[in-house]
Design a protein around this ligand. Structure first.
Ligand SMILES: Cc1cc2nc3c(=O)[nH]c(=O)nc-3n(C[C@H](O)[C@H](O)[C@H](O)COP(=O)(O)OP(=O)(O)OC[C@H]3O[C@@H](n4cnc5c(N)ncnc54)[C@H](O)[C@@H]3O)c2cc1C
Length: 448
């Protein structure tokens, strides 16, 4: 039987980052995933990279009018989805090669197949038994399905199958008003697809502040995206040429569309792992139970990323992977004390970190809210994109920045300054007094 110091299961951001850290520290490390093409996990194969490459291209199309106003003599006749798909595949292949190179450099071995625990120190991969001293689980998550509307890969798709499309549908209904649903709505509407979002909650993006959600809703209306809140799917009829949905809730109506994207959330993925054989426990929501140091109920087995109950972002998985790997190597119990930003790549983009206004209200925390609108920002105007605002949450007693939410141009970049400010407990006046480049989107800080 092959013996390893450490085995990592799952080659997404949480898995490959852990494996690289372990390999670099000199541990004999094995990284397991279902196939070589899975290296990079959801993030690389059907998550962050694919969606952002699609959105970037759609952004050029939706900015065409502004380019023309600036004298750029450009005629856009739409978007060739098949070509975008091919370009995205080649981009993913390049990025995957980069990860493979990093793994080889760290002397991490790889094995392809489904890993399943035999006992707490042995896994089986396609009949081959592997013995390990320590293990990190990073098996990710999978799309949640609606029982009355099972995914069929043809008319009812998840965010995974949507990347197989070679032509644009004329109309689609997106079930789910969360980040994934809103990002796909941005993409398809920019290309002229008739998009309707059915959101179960009373607002889009239920975890964001109301003013952020309302600003996005206004932008969506301008892009002809129809949003039905407090909406449920009562019944569905899948036909050869499309789907008929009977919508209940606040608005009762029947909608016929060519395609349905099911984006109602993601659940932790632990199928086939046989965690019981290892004595690793799940929490009531089905996530692998971990303590602050990412140790499971078996102390030599750690878990990170989307399979545990922490925010489902690739950057969160990277951070957890580094901490778990260091704990595994050194026997320490470090926890993740870093500020974890959240990002949504809609148009306009959204990003937040630290305390949100609504969380402060719910928790009875006394705060000052400082807000500045991109309408006064020269660089936003130069970019043809001056919608939205930056909101900073500040302690009235100490002036320390507790959190920030941004909706607007480059929000997913500008948020990094706020992450540093919140993590390093800077005061609002300290941040304002720092010299920001002019013209830049970040200089909006001057008005906060
Ligand atoms: C449409 C979409 C867009 C997203 N956009 C962003 C974004 O812009 N920014 C961001 O930060 N995050 C984004 N995310 C979330 C991000 O993709 C995840 O948070 C991230 O991939 C989690 O990494 P992970 O390592 O925990 O799991 P994953 O990346 O899901 O990797 C898990 C791997 O484990 C493997 N595996 C599972 N079980 C086994 C087994 N028994 N044996 C062997 N292998 C196994 C799987 O094959 C998979 O490759 C997006 C997600 C989606 C779906």
């Amino acid at each position: 039987m092959k013996q390893y110091d450490a085995v990592v299961i799952g080659a997404g951001p949480g898995g490959y980052e852990s494996a690289i850290e372990l390999g670099r520290a000199g541990l004999k490390t094995l990284l397991i995933d279902k196939g070589k093409e899975r290296i990079g996990g959801t993030c690389l194969n059907e998550g962050c990279i694919s969606t952002k490459n699609y959105l970037q291209s759609a952004g050029y199309v939706s900015k065409a009018n502004y380019f023309r106003e600036c004298g750029v003599e450009v005629e856009i006749h739409g978007l060739n989805l098949e070509r975008l798909r091919e370009k995205t595949i080649s981009l993913k292949n390049e990025l995957r090669s980069g990860v493979v190179w990093l793994l080889e450099n760290a002397k991490v071995e790889t094995l392809y197949g489904t890993a399943s625990f035999v006992d707490s120190n042995t896994v089986d991969v396609s009949g081959e038994k592997i013995h390990f001293e320590k293990c990190i689980l990073a098996t990710g998550a999978k799309s949640r399905e609606i029982s009355t509307l099972p995914l069929d890969g043809k008319r009812i798709l998840s965010s995974r199958e949507i990347f197989e499309l070679k032509t644009l549908p004329k109309s689609m209904v997106i079930i789910g008003g969360g980040p994934i649903g809103c990002e796909f709505a941005t993409f398809f509407a920019a290309l002229g697809v008739d998009v309707t979002i059915l959101a179960r909650g009373t607002q889009l993006l239920s975890s964001e502040d109301e003013d952020i959600s309302k600003t996005l809703l206004r932008a969506f209306k301008k892009s002809n995206i129809r949003v039905l809140t407090s909406a449920t799917v009562e019944n569905a009829k899948v036909m050869e040429e499309g789907v008929e949905l009977q919508v209940g809730g606040e608005t009762q109506e029947n909608i016929v569309c060519e395609l349905v994207l099911c984006a109602i959330g993601r659940d932790p993925y632990t199928e086939g792992l046989n965690l019981k054989n290892a004595g690793v426990e799940l929490n009531t929501k089905g996530f692998i139970e971990v303590d602050g140091a990412f140790q499971t109920s078996k102390k030599h087995i750690y878990a990170v990323g989307d399979c545990i109950d922490t925010p489902a972002f690739a950057h969160t998985a990277y951070a957890e992977a580094r901490i778990a790997a260091h704990n595994l190597i050194r026997g320490t119990s470090d926890t993740n004390t870093h500020i974890n930003p959240s990002t949504i790549f809609t148009d306009p983009q959204i990003a937040s970190c630290g305390l949100r206004e609504k969380e402060a209200k719910e928790q009875g925390i006394d705060i000052d809210v400082k807000k500045a609108f991109f309408k006064v920002n020269a660089k936003a105007k130069i970019n043809g994109d001056d919608a939205g605002f930056v909101k900073m949450i500040v302690s009235p007693q100490s002036d320390i920045i507790l959190g920030a939410s941004i909706i607007g141009v480059e929000a997913t970049e500008v948020i990094h300054e706020m992450v540093i400010a919140v993590e390093k407990k800077l005061t609002a006046s300290e941040l304002r007094s720092m010299i920001h480049v002019h013209p830049s989107v970040s200089e909006i800080i001057r008005y906060l």
